[in-house]
Design a protein around this ligand. Structure first.
Ligand SMILES: C[S@@+](CC[C@H](N)C(=O)[O-])C[C@H]1O[C@@H](n2cnc3c(N)ncnc32)[C@H](O)[C@@H]1O
Length: 283
């Protein structure tokens, strides 16, 4: 069946009339490695090779990726239930059918509006699959780098889709471990959040080596060898990313699998997850 989820970038280009973005398939990319872990098909031989090397070093990487995506859906569902209607999702990743931010938000509140941002051309090539908003809401996609918050916040697609005077939820899921300290992630967060109105939320997830430093270190080494900068952070370092003055909401910095888990859900071994999640609010 033809669907925006199964088309190649070239098919997308033929349908939409776009020029296909330049996609370097000779080098592994974090979005496509993650897609492989989630069981997707939008990945190439070098991505699969890096993913398999990661799985040799970190056999539970697939479990961690799935737990992170489930955290994304649970946190957005929670935010929609408490009244959040605007979402800015930076580091969107390759779309997953029925399991994207707007799917979770519009399932609760069809009028929800979502702006997606990623800097990977292959995510851009598949962005049409993210633009499947409920008619009452809206979704848009911006091709931009998280290192340039001002360009994201001033982008016309953002200002046309979100009301900057109303609170929004900023989602940074599984992206900040690709921003090492020398790229000043705290400064990036400050610039992204300074202008947000009171009542805005921040959702963050981040890989950690706290539960199995040796195995995690092996995984980090594979990414770095593939040319992808990666820095895992401790619980205290993840908590320190929360902008000054923001309230860290219950249950605090928690494993993504444990954060507001479904009642009765089985709890995996923390060493198999190695990824923290948190929710914070600007007072
Ligand atoms: C591991 S995926 C996470 C996808 C999704 N947020 C999730 O948690 O399921 C990380 C995504 O961040 C994107 N990314 C990495 N560095 C980025 C940057 N500097 N600016 C924008 N996107 C970035 C990658 O292209 C990739 O799509």
């Amino acid at each position: 069946m033809d669907s925006a989820f199964s088309r190649t970038p070239e098919q997308e280009a033929a349908i939409s009339g776009w020029n296909p973005p330049q996609i370097d398939t000779t080098k592994p990319h974090s979005a496509r490695i993650y897609d492989y872990f989630l069981g997707g098909k939008t990945n190439f031989a070098p991505d699969r090779e890096a993913a398999e090397q990661t799985l040799s070093a970190v056999p539970h990487a697939r479990t961690a990726a799935r737990a992170n995506r489930a955290f994304l859906l649970r946190s957005v569902d929670h935010l929609a239930r408490i009244g959040v209607r605007q979402f800015l999702d930076i580091g969107t990743g390759i779309p997953v059918e029925g399991r994207n931010t707007h799917d979770a938000a519009q399932n609760i509140a069809p009028e929800s509006r979502v702006v997606y941002v990623d800097n990977d051309p292959i995510v851009l090539a598949h962005a049409r699959a993210l633009l499947t908003s409920h008619a009452d809401g809206a979704t848009t996609y911006i091709d931009a780098d998280a290192h340039d918050p001002d360009a994201i916040l001033a982008h016309p697609a953002l200002t046309e889709t979100l009301d900057p005077d109303q609170p929004l939820a900023l989602l940074l899921l599984a992206i900040l471990h690709f921003v090492p300290d020398e790229d000043r992630p705290t400064e990036i967060l400050r610039r992204l959040t300074d202008r947000l109105p009171s009542g805005s939320h921040l959702v963050l997830s981040h890989l950690t080596g706290d539960f199995d430093p040796v195995t995690t270190g092996g995984g980090v080494a594979v990414y770095r060898k593939s040319g992808i900068p990666m820095q895992v952070r401790s619980r205290a370092e993840v908590e320190a990313l929360v902008p000054q003055g923001w309230d860290l909401l219950e249950p605090g910095v928690e494993l993504v699998s444990h954060w507001r888990r479904e009642p009765g859900a089985e709890l995996p071994d923390p060493a198999e997850i190695g990824c923290y999640g948190l929710l914070a609010r600007k007072p």
